[in-house]
Design a protein around this ligand. Structure first.
Ligand code: IPM
Ligand code: MG
Length: 387
């Protein structure tokens, strides 16, 4: 038995060392890149797997239209498919990672994450790997349902918590498995600050932290106490905190949910709560997400590659809205606020208000391509003043 403990303790020691190194690297990082100072902005485009290439292509065509004539290069990055990742046995093949690192911004379609029983080797999710490799610490996920007064923005911590060493847990014996969850001071400060700065910039009046600090005392306790400290620096913004269990219930409370505005939360709770929130908006297919770091930023859907849709021949009917919403976030992030508003307005008209054609995910609705044409046309009408 002692042998098992020794082996597990050695693994744990190595994990601690790697996390301490990460803390050091984080502290040494330069501040946010200034896109306005670049001669040329490079946007790397990875289509991913399943329905990924077609919905990413939709987003690319809208972005090309909106950024036409600007110093922006769109660069196709082909290596992020499940076939290639399986062949290399890596979440992101080395050469693909180098190509990604030569860009400023990445537009990424959903990628397949192998599950037990799949024909693929058990490699780590490409999303999770990219978030860690490029240190994309803030996962920003807006959800709005105007008819119900819902207008939420989630700031999900994206590099720590249960995901930091999620694929490095330890099987101590056949009967005992242990995983680890990680909270650092620097990692928490930067996400909480990001959420408050966003609230300040956009005139939002409330930030809500979500943890399970009553039970997960060391890591969630740390997250919450740092959130409280930082909240004190923003006296004009109300701060409150909720536990994740009751928070999932409150998102369904029609009388109270409209009062929430900005949320900040550790990785796993953010993963779960944003799927619930997106469902209220019309499904995960309608939600986009920004993954923001100081040097890089990546924009993606919040859903997966939908292999079932591909198997059933429904890929052309996949809804590109998630990637188009992600493109709004991309435009905002690179400082093209007016263009972001234009695309957002067009999407609201096409997906919520006018809905001249709708995507249903099957041949009962229009194809993703037809919907994209509709959005493009609507952008043109808004620009031309006829809408
Ligand atoms: C998400 C996804 C990923 C996550 C999966 C694909 C690993 O669910 O972006 O929310 O858990 O972060
Ligand atoms: Mg998720």
């Amino acid at each position: 038995m002692d042998k098992h403990i020794e082996t597990a303790a050695a693994r744990f020691a190595a994990l601690i060392a790697s996390q301490l190194k990460r803390v050091e690297n984080m502290a040494a990082q330069p501040d946010f890149i200034d896109y306005a100072k670049l001669d040329k902005l490079i946007i790397g485009v990875c289509g991913g797997d399943g329905i990924g290439p077609s919905i990413t292509d939709a987003a690319r065509s809208l972005l090309e239209e909106l950024l036409h004539g600007e110093a922006v290069e769109f660069r196709e990055i082909a290596g992020l498919t499940i076939e290639r990742r399986a062949e290399c046995g890596k979440a992101i093949p080395d050469d693909t990672l180098e190509e990604l690192k030569a860009c400023h911004i990445i537009l990424k379609g959903p990628t397949t994450t192998p599950r037990a029983g799949d024909p693929w080797p058990n490699i780590e999710s490409a999303n999770v790997a990219m978030r860690k490799e490029l240190d994309l610490f803030a996962n920003v996920r807006p959800v709005k349902v105007p008819m119900q007064g819902i207008d939420w923005v989630f700031f999900r911590e994206n590099t720590e918590g249960a995901y930091a060493v999620g694929s490095q847990g330890v099987h101590v014996t056949d009967d005992l498995a242990i995983d680890f969850t990680v909270t650092t001071t620097g990692g928490t400060e930067r996400i909480v600050r990001q959420s408050f700065e966003y609230a300040k910039k956009t005139g939002r009046k409330r930030v809500t932290a979500v943890t399970k600090a009553n039970v997960v005392k060391a890591t969630d306790g740390k997250f919450l106490s740092i959130a409280k400290e930082i909240a004190a620096e923003y006296p004009d913004i109300a701060f409150d905190d909720w536990y994740i269990d009751i928070m999932t219930a409150k998102l369904l409370d029609e009388k109270r949910r409209r009062d929430f505005s900005v949320f900040v939360l550790p990785n796993l709770y953010g993963d779960i709560l944003t799927d619930e929130a997106a469902e209220l908006q019309g499904g995960v297919g309608t939600a986009g997400s920004a993954n923001i770091g100081k040097r890089y930023a990546m924009f993606e859907a919040i859903h997966g590659s939908a292999p079932r849709m591909v198997e059933e021949g429904r890929a052309p009917y996949a809804d590109p809205t998630s990637m188009l919403r992600a493109s709004v976030l991309l435009l905002e992030h690179i400082g093209r606020a007016e263009k972001a508003q234009l695309l957002e307005r067009a999407l609201d008209i096409c997906a919520i208000e006018e809905r001249r054609v709708t995507v249903t995910g099957r041949d009962t609705g229009c194809t993703g391509r037809q919907f994209t044409e509709y959005v493009l046309e609507t952008v043109g009408k808004i620009k031309g003043g006829t809408l």
